[in-house]
Ligand binder design. Sequence first.
Ligand SMILES: Cc1ncc(C[n+]2csc(CCOP(=O)(O)OP(=O)(O)O)c2C)c(N)n1
Length: 395
Amino acid sequence: MSAIVADHLARSLAARGFDRCFGYLGHHIDPLPQALLSQGMPVVIAASETGAGFMAQGWSMASARAGLVFCGGGPGLAMLIPALQAARAEGFPLLAIIGQTSTTGLPTFQDTGALGSRDRELLDALQFPGLQISSPLELPAGLELVCDALAAGRPAALTIPADILAAPWPAAGGESLPPRLGFERHHQLTGPVVPADPFPGAQQPIEPCSYRAVVRALLASLPSGTLWFGDAGQARHAMRMEFEGRGLRLFDCPQSGPMGWAIAAAIGAAFHEPDRPVCCFTGDGSARMQAHEWATAVQHQLPITFVLAVNGVLGGPYERMQGSGAQGLSQVPPVDWCALAASMGLPACRVEGTQEIAAALAALPPRGPRLLELPLPALDPEVVAPYSLSCSASR
Ligand SMILES: Cc1ncc(C[n+]2csc(CCOP(=O)(O)OP(=O)(O)O)c2C)c(N)n1
């Protein structure tokens, strides 16, 4: 079979050291995952583009290398946006390859009708750095530019129309390249750089129930060398507070904090470190957004302990709406999380307090994936007071 542009792109990505990718399928982009697989690169198909983007970020943080995510345009890009926004805000070196409507302009399924999906305007509005490939001949130089940005620890996007991705390679006219200035840039390939930290372990005594006590119990129960992920809300704040001064690295998104990020990012990290324990601490509001990715952890039998704090509310909104008559809006409807986990084949256990955590973990399959669920207060004063302060400071 003769090579197409997607084959060349896949070969180039492999040659540049990418050896794992995350994504979601769609007709704009499908030739790329097929080509990546035929290069021998493992391709992880997540439950959604958001999950795929967060996984690529977790993988990138754990490996201290650039992450790779692909998806189609239109609804695909729309679902990737939380990950792109986090990558830009936190300075993750993430390469997003986004398939686009064909240059023939013919509307096809999911091209979102006559108005078009406005993907490039979306990326522009996000000020997400990247390039639009509008001819196969631009691909090598375009890839070089975005990889330069990644090497400096910055995110970048390559958008490629579906017909160009599927065009024959080498392109008619040979391999000579157009001048770099011919690219349509979304935004400059600049941004902050991600710091790298070591991952030492810790042993601490267990104390009574609170978000911070849960973190201490987990630190005492899980092996040193565990990779720790904190989700949005009180779980992340408690981890930040407990990790400070311990020399431990917490993987989180302090600038943007997308809910559910830690579930998918922990999965991404576990793909990089399949023999290393990973722990992810999440609230029930955040879990509602990404719990479907537990199935991805089960599918690949990843060594992750998901810890779920069930407090029945979205902590921050619940606090802010106190006394307003609107507080009911911040409730999280009850979910039988252990049953949900069981439906995905995820071993799960519910405990009533921090003192039961060690025994429950010992009773669950040791390696994971596994879920530990426990009730926590709607608002934990130990965590909420500094949390409120940090929110008002950032307003
Ligand atoms: C995608 C997304 N939507 C909204 C927010 C704003 N937000 C930050 S934390 C939070 C509540 C989190 O609730 P939960 O996960 O249950 O944790 P809790 O604070 O209750 O412990 C909200 C709504 C966000 N960070 N990300």
